[in-house]
Design a protein around this ligand. Sequence first.
Ligand code: CAA
Ligand code: NAD
Length: 283
Amino acid sequence: MEVKKIGVLGAGIMGAGIAQICAEAGFEVILVDLAEAFVNKGYQNIVKNWTRAVEKGKRSAEELDRFKALITTSVDNKDFKDCDVVIEAIIEDIEVKKKVFKELGDICKDSAILASNTSALSITEIAVASGRPQSVVGMHFFNPVPVMKLVEVIPGAETSEAAVDIITELSRKIGKEPVQARETPGFIVNRILVPYMNEAAMLYQEGVPAEEIDKAMKLGANMPMGPLALADLVGLDTLLMICDYYWREFGDSKYRASLALRNKVRAGHLGRKSGKGFYDYTK
Ligand code: CAA
Ligand code: NAD
């Protein structure tokens, strides 16, 4: 199957980035979220990135116009009906994802591939909910999407080889390097990276200042950014949902979320996206 039109569900941090790079690769894209305000915010973030690239001389004004013409927005999932691939990037909640995949299974054409950008959740469980498990694949991008090279491709128990091949090839076409991962909570990268960020939050809870933790990991382990700044970039709500999922799936106390992380989420401090997290971005 030749992929021409891509649907992206969820216009948050990840969905906007995914829509951006798909348009840059020449695909027709429809970006959908629950409400106009959310989808417009995502679209504006994409345009901001392109405008900055033009200002830096990395893109031409003509390219910007061409990219813009490839993206449409909507608040109605029915607009996915003519998409060849739909990439879901909504909240990391298995029940919400299952509900959405059931809907996508009803709406999308039979040949469409349904991909989930879930950070950790079971692809098989999401796939079964769609009613067409052979067509559902994990397609896990990394934040910031336009910068990070990797896509983890994750087959569920019933995913067809053809669906995996289409998503692997699509990953390459949009400039990413695919790696096939197994269906286990957190796949490869997040199995390692999420406990690392959570451990940093535990240290923070013990009284070590965020700046010291981050400086130490940058200078002592050559990380591009410290673990708490990274947690703020990812979104503390998303990080907590992943930690809680590991805890439920593995039943191992080593995966318990730090109280500092939980309390920040309870306070509505979700990291960069809300203005405050381990750091304050409002100043
Ligand atoms: N969106 C788009 N582009 C961005 C960006 C964003 N949010 N942030 C940075 N960039 C671009 C900049 O425009 C710049 O591009 P050019 O070189 O073309 O000008 C380039 O990235 C470098 O940016 P900066 O010079 O501002 O900053 P930097 O060199 O410090 O890099 C960083 C910033 C890329 C975020 C770097 O700190 C980094 O790699 N951090 C680690 C990111 C990481 O580990 N991500 C994985 C998170 S976990 C995950 O995603 C999985 C999950 O399921 C939770
Ligand atoms: P986000 O909070 O920035 O955005 C989520 C968007 O989904 C919001 O705009 C919200 O309105 C929308 N949404 C929620 N429920 C919806 C529904 N039923 N229908 C349509 N839209 C809905 O979240 P994000 O960081 O972009 O994460 C999205 C997904 O990507 C999650 O599964 C997350 O685990 C995964 N992910 C996140 C990162 C990261 O670093 N943030 C990296 C890789 C994967």
